[in-house]
Structure formats: C-alpha cells, structure tokens
Write a protein that binds this ligand. Structure first.
Ligand code: KIV
Ligand code: NA
Length: 268
C-alpha cells in the first residue's frame, strides 16, 4: 500500500498516472504505479470539454469513487476542480473533505499559488493530505493566456521556489511541477524535503506523472513533453470496426454466442 508518508521515504523514482474509471485504475494499479491521480484533466480526456474549467466537484467525486473501488495498492489523489477551492476557506476544506469522506480519495491535489498556503495548512491540520501543484496550472489558462511553460525568467523561477517552500512548510506531502524548465525543477527538488513529481519538468524530479490517454495512445494528440507508450486508439478502432463488419455480414453472433431453449420451438 502506498501512503503519503511512504512517498517521502521512497528511493526509486515515484510513478504517477491519471485514471478516471475503474477498469483503467485496475490496470494502472496492477502495473505497479505508485499514485493514481484522478485529474481534472478528465475534462479534456474523458468528458469532452476543451479545458478543465467546466469540471465539477460531483464529476471528480464520482470518478474518484470509481477509481478508489478498483485501486488496491496505489495512493488515490483527487484533483480539486476550478472554483471548488479558493473562493471561501471553509467551503474549500469541506469540498476537499467530501473527496475523502464520500469518494474515498487518500489525498487531494490543489493548483497552488499564494492563496493556497493557508488553505494547505488548514486541510493538513484537519487530516486532509494535500499535494501541491506549481508551474503551469491549467485552471489559470485565461489569466496566463495559454498553456505555456512557466518559471522561465529569474523572478518567476524564484517565485516558484518560494511558493514550493511555503507549501512544504504548510504541510503539503508532495509537489507536482508542471511545464517548467528542467533546471528550475532540479533546484526545487534539491531545496525541498517533500518529493517533487514532474510533468514536462525534466528528469531531476523525484517522480514523474503523465496523463493515461497520452501514455497508452488513446487521444488524437499528446503534448510534446509526453510519450505514447502504446497505441490503444488504433486497437480500439480495429476492434470496433471488426465488430461492425461481423454484425453487418451476419457473422456475429454465431451459434456459440446464442442459446436455443428446448420447448420453445412451437412459439413460431
Ligand atoms: O489533471 C491532471 O491530469 C494533472 C496532471 C497533469 C498533473 O493535474
Ligand atoms: Na489537474
């Protein structure tokens, strides 16, 4: 069983992948991935939105519950969706608590900033483990003007280092670094006692995270910092097409897929 404390003492690089449903979570868990993130990337990868902004707490809760039912060993981290935190402090804690109490998450992830330091401390204090997330925070796409690399100048890089330290001090058990220069990620990793988990952040983090659709090759597009380790989309396409052809050619269902009940012959 992977625990938030156990992650800190890990020697080998930490592996993290997203999953949004039970069968996928079962595969990810069985393959030995340490952490399953029920990311708000579900907006793009599972729910058909073109950003993460429309994703609701109910959607994350439902999918987290499905993943938690299937995951036996992996730590299950639920992403807090846009505006489910940061509007009102008490509501933020209650929403995070729902993901643990009702959806059986082990921890929550929060897209972090200056406004989430106190929140991280409050959640940690009441027993909700928090994974912080700095660098590119896609919920801020409208403010940032795109999904661009962050921390590229000295001031921005130093701000990320400072915020990383502040969240670690506030009790965060791990930190995701998204789409930042590899040398900045290396510096943050060096500075922190808690593990860093990178995506598009180079090799010097304590672990790596990717989106499952990108890893298995399910989507039509994946970001340049990712890698397709499989081609599930064409496998699925071939299977679906073969099914259609088999039905259209009267080849499926065959005798072995059908049951004829004795005694019903005179129905027709
Ligand atoms: O939602 C997500 O999948 C994420 C990862 C990319 C870190 O936040
Ligand atoms: Na996310």
């Amino acid at each position: 069983m992977t625990t938030t404390r156990g992650l800190r003492d890990r020697e080998a690089p930490i592996t993290m992948l997203t999953a949004y449903d039970a069968p996928t979570a079962a595969v990810v868990d069985e393959a030995g991935i340490d952490v399953i993130l029920v990311g708000d990337s579900m907006g793009n990868t599972a729910l058909g939105y073109d950003s993460t902004l429309p994703v609701t707490l109910d959607e994350v809760a439902s999918r987290t519950a499905a993943v938690a039912r299937a995951a036996e060993d992996a730590l299950v981290v639920a992403d807090m969706p846009f505006l489910s935190f940061g509007v009102e402090p008490a509501e933020s804690v209650r929403n995070a608590g729902r993901l643990l109490k009702e959806a059986s998450a082990d921890a929550v992830k929060i897209e972090s900033g200056p406004h989430t330091v106190e929140m991280t401390r409050r959640m940690t204090d009441v027993g909700i483990p928090v994974m912080a997330h700095l660098g590119l925070t896609p919920q801020h796409v409208n403010r940032l003007g795109g999904y661009t690399r962050q921390g590229t100048d000295r001031d921005a890089a130093e701000e990320i280092i400072d915020l990383a330290g502040a969240h670690a001090d506030a009790g965060a058990f791990a930190l995701v670094l998204e789409h930042v220069p590899a040398n900045l990620a290396g510096a943050v990793t060096e500075a922190l006692e808690i593990p860093t988990i990178g995506i598009g952040a180079g090799p010097d983090c304590d672990g790596q995270v990717l989106v499952i659709n990108d890893v298995v090759g399910l989507g039509e597009w994946s970001p340049p910092f990712s890698r397709r380790f499989g081609d599930v989309r064409s496998e699925m396409f071939d299977a679906v097409e073969a099914y259609r052809e088999a039905v259209e050619s009267d080849e499926f269902p065959a005798d072995e897929h059908s049951h004829v009940e004795e005694g019903l012959e005179d129905l027709y």
